[in-house]
Design a protein around this ligand. Structure first.
Ligand code: NAD
Ligand code: 6OD
Length: 488
């Protein structure tokens, strides 16, 4: 008799709450059911929002900025104490290499809380002096207050990193939160609720509801009129849907959405560094990072050499179990997502792509053949109008095209409905500064990729997002700022 599967519960008003209706959490490594997840009903979502709202009138409202910062440090310590449990949870849900979960996902979870603890502790406010017409002195200053209840809806690609990237500043600014993690990655969010409970966060300040989007916990949450602000990370079309829901009641929104990012490689680059960098930016997390490069433009003199080096690099990637020595690529998140990515592999062939490497599914000859693995794939030869060069695949794939001039490559990079990130490889830093500011994107990395200073604004242009988070931009989004003017 097999032991019952773990049950991942909701967390509402300081208690773990099961639901009658559950859904399976399926391993993308081998297709096994890992746990059953409690799907929150509309009534339970309403209870979570009500608990968050009343927590605004409770002990949490008495916390000073420094006490809130101390609480965030306790939460960071709590995650660190259970670090390996978080790693195991993230790896089980997503199939990613253990090493990545350790050094990126969970490490950033701890770092996010510590960063916003210090940012809020050091954050001052603004003060202005002026003289009125009657000669009296006028002092104006600002105060930051919480919005109240913040809904946080997060995706499955970097579950812990992206959830804590929002929870930390929201709590730092004194809000209560109701989080709705992706149905495809429920485990680390559930562990985070346990850490919040252990840290002694007052009941109702942090709430977790599991479920899906439309006609499930996600939609119930965004339509609840007592939600004061919504921060969402996910697909652009989902963002548009949520924006409509947020518009009823005119709530603040912050969106981190899709991308079709470019890497631009000039002939004067450090060639080996550029190859290693573009392999990282194309295949990290099996290409399931919103910042990944799915479009690569290479200056013509080094184009053939670069394609050959990328092919060799992609074919050296070790795809396998998360804990295998030297593994650098795991599965995709789900069979459903793998079918989407394989659909683009098929579409590329019909659009006339040269398939330099990959384009299919690795055969392991074991239980992993029941998982959601695909081969790292490189295309060339497609036109800029091809769907595979314009639409986000969100898998381990890139298209490499040659270019001849700066103006040409800038025009082609900007010819996109998205505007999230660009990675630029050149030794000529004068050119780097000049070219970087001409890309219509939220972020440009020069001779690196996904290197993050959390004090900087993060976000996208066009379909890639709305607003900026990071550093004081997060404190601004998660606060209601009042100006107080005193006629002395
Ligand atoms: N810009 C960024 O920083 C960033 C970061 C990570 C992922 N992304 C994007 O996210 C996408 C992949 O993530 P995904 O597949 O989880 O995205 P998704 O939009 O399908 O889902 C994201 C979250 O929204 C919820 N949701 C879906 N429909 C909803 C609705 N109508 N109302 C309320 N909630 C709803 C889902 O349950 C999930 O929790 C990619 O497009 C990627 O580019 C962007
Ligand atoms: N928001 C961040 C990363 C987003 C990654 C997208 O998949 C971050 O590094 O803070």
């Amino acid at each position: 008799m097999s032991s019952p599967l773990p049950l991942l519960r909701n967390y509402v008003a300081g208690e773990f709450v099961a639901s009658e209706k559950t859904f399976p959490n399926v391993s993308p490594i081998d297709g096994r059911t890992l746990s059953q997840v409690c799907e929150a009903t509309a009534a339970l979502v309403d209870r979570a929002v009500a608990a968050a709202k009343s927590a605004q009138e409770g002990p949490w409202a008495e916390f000073s900025v420094s006490q809130r910062a101390d609480m965030l440090m306790r939460i960071a310590d709590g995650i660190e104490r259970r670090f390996e449990e978080f790693v195991a949870a993230e790896v089980a849900d997503t199939g990613r290499p253990v090493q990545q979960a350790r050094t990126l996902d969970i490490a950033r979870g701890v770092h996010n809380f510590r960063t916003f603890a210090e940012l809020v502790r050091q954050s001052g406010s603004e003060f202005f002096e002026m003289r009125a017409a009657d000669g009296s002195d006028v002092f104006s200053y600002t105060v930051r207050k919480p919005h109240g209840v913040v809904a946080i809806i997060s995706p499955w690609n970097l579950p812990m990193l992206l959830l804590t990237w929002k929870v930390a500043p929201a709590l730092a600014c004194g809000n209560s939160v109701v989080i709705k993690p992706s149905e495809d990655s429920p485990s680390s969010a559930t562990l985070l609720a346990e850490v919040m409970h252990e840290a002694g966060l007052p009941a109702g300040v942090f709430n977790l509801v599991h479920g899906f989007g439309p006609n499930s916990a996600g939609e119930f949450l965004t339509r609840n009129p007592d939600v004061d602000a919504i921060t969402f990370t996910g697909e652009s079309r989902t963002g548009a849907t949520i924006m409509k829901a947020a518009a009823e009641g005119v709530r603040d929104v912050s969106f981190e959405l899709g991308g079709k990012n470019a890497a631009v490689v000039f002939a004067d680059c450090d060639f080996d560094a550029a190859v290693a960098g573009v392999l990282r930016s194309s295949f990290t997390n099996s290409g399931q990072v919103c910042l990944c490069s799915e479009r690569v433009y290479v200056e013509r003199p080094i184009y053939e050499r670069f394609v050959a080096a990328m092919k060799a690099g992609a074919e050296q990637l070790k795809i396998g179990y998360p804990d295998e020595d030297g593994v650098n690529m795991g599965s995709l998140i789900s069979h459903k997502h793998r079918d989407k990515v394989l659909g683009y592999f098929e579409l590329a062939r019909s659009e006339g792509a040269n398939e330099i490497t990959g384009g299919g599914v690795p055969v392991f000859g074991d239980e992993r053949d029941n998982g959601a693995y695909v081969q790292p794939t490189i295309w060339t030869g497609l036109s800029d109008d091809a769907r595979c060069v314009r639409e986000e695949v969100f898998g381990p794939v890139c298209h490499i095209a040659p270019f001849d001039t700066e103006d040409e490559v800038i025009r082609r990079v900007n010819d996109s409905a998205y505007g999230l990130a660009t990675a630029l490889w050149t030794r000529d830093l004068k050119r780097a500064h000049k070219v970087s500011r001409r890309f219509h994107v939220g972020m440009v990395w020069v001779n690196t990729w996904f290197l993050r200073d959390l004090r900087t604004p993060f976000g996208g242009a066009r379909l890639s997002g709305l607003g900026r988070e990071g550093g004081r931009h997060s404190l601004d989004f998660y606060s209601e700022i009042s100006t107080i003017c005193v006629n002395a």
